[in-house]
Design a protein around this ligand. Sequence first.
Ligand code: CA
Length: 457
Amino acid sequence: MIYTFYSCLYRMLFFPNRLYEVNAAGQTVHYSPYNGKVMPGYMFAGTGFWDTFRALYPFLNLVYPSMVKEMQEGLVNDYKEGGWLPEWSSPGYADCMIGNNSASIVAEAYIKGARGYDIETLYQALKHGANNTGPNATGRRGVEYYNKLGYVPYNVGINENAARTLEYAYDDFAIYELGKALHKPESEIAIYKKHAQNYRNLYDPETGLMRGKNEDGSFEKPFNPFKWGDAFTEGNSWHYTWGVFQDIQGLINLMGGKHKFVEKLDSVFTLPPIFDDSYYGTVIHEIREMQIANMGQYAHGNQPIQHMIYLYDYAGEPWKGQYWARETMNRMYRATPDGYCGDEDNGQTSAWYVFSAMGFYSVCPVSGQYALSAPLFKKLTVNLENGKTININAPANSAANKYVKTLTLNGKPYDYNWVDHKALLDGANLNFDMSPVPNKQRGIKDLDVPYSMSNEK
Ligand code: CA
């Protein structure tokens, strides 16, 4: 376990890569992939935000905020030199994956306290990216439809349209939250709050799943929820249905309440690992990895579903998340050459393990909260840059004692299924009393659940 933890920690910290150096005069300079010149200031590369917004950047924000500041300065330079924020920088603007998740990277850093860089330019860059289609994967493909209809239609020749819609909606939440933090007028940011609810447009009440929608408002037909790609990206509807990071309560309401929501979460693991690969014409390795993992439709080898286990926290059954997080850590990771259950993906797959071993995970990075689970070790200490420490103690932890009986935060009983970023930054003592049986009385109340837009007063 300890080897796997440090192996993951080591590997995730390769990303993103520094693309700058210090010249003979002591100045920080970088080679610009946009104009081919040596330019002043920071720049980073080797990161795909489609992957890394989920847990890698949250980890950097928690443990390496001084480097996050450099990364944000690098993004300012990307925008000034290239006209867009990168979505997949290897370096510059690679034509890879989907979404406009630079919004999460920028908003999360500022909301979690990063300062001392040109946030105004980054805010303008986010608005520019959210309302235009850029070169390669920058900006938003299908934005003219998205802004008019509230979704990118299935039948207008834009691939992976449902996945784009879901990610744009989360990205709109990020822009709205950043706008609020910057005290932008409501008249300017209300549109992003509204669009953050666009996930609703793809929810199909008939199947209880997300489904591609045609321009005329009818759903894609025929619909096979086990079909990878097509309306989705490297995943199927069973993976992307959970992609509502900003408003899981809204998704619960659409599905008919917590009980039905939990039933659906459970089904992910009990369904057979069947698939339709006709969009790709071949079994892509991510599909094969889901099969080999033998956890039903739970495809931990790829990103779209990696936060799903933590959604039990939102429905008052956190012990099920504690069970599956431990299973996934044990079954999907090894400190060996073939130790990953899929691609490492710029540190994201390792970051999942490192967070899960600590006992919490960033389902919605921009919210500033982490969804709680159970830690992997008896003791884990995180040394923060501000000199404070996060002490995670679970002395009774073992292979059998994997459930949280009780938890205290700084000595006080703590029944919430979330912990705040600021509480961790202040230095936190999390003491877990572990048990071989779930405590079905803890974390079950409506007010115990992590952040959702629909629960905002
Ligand atoms: Ca991947």
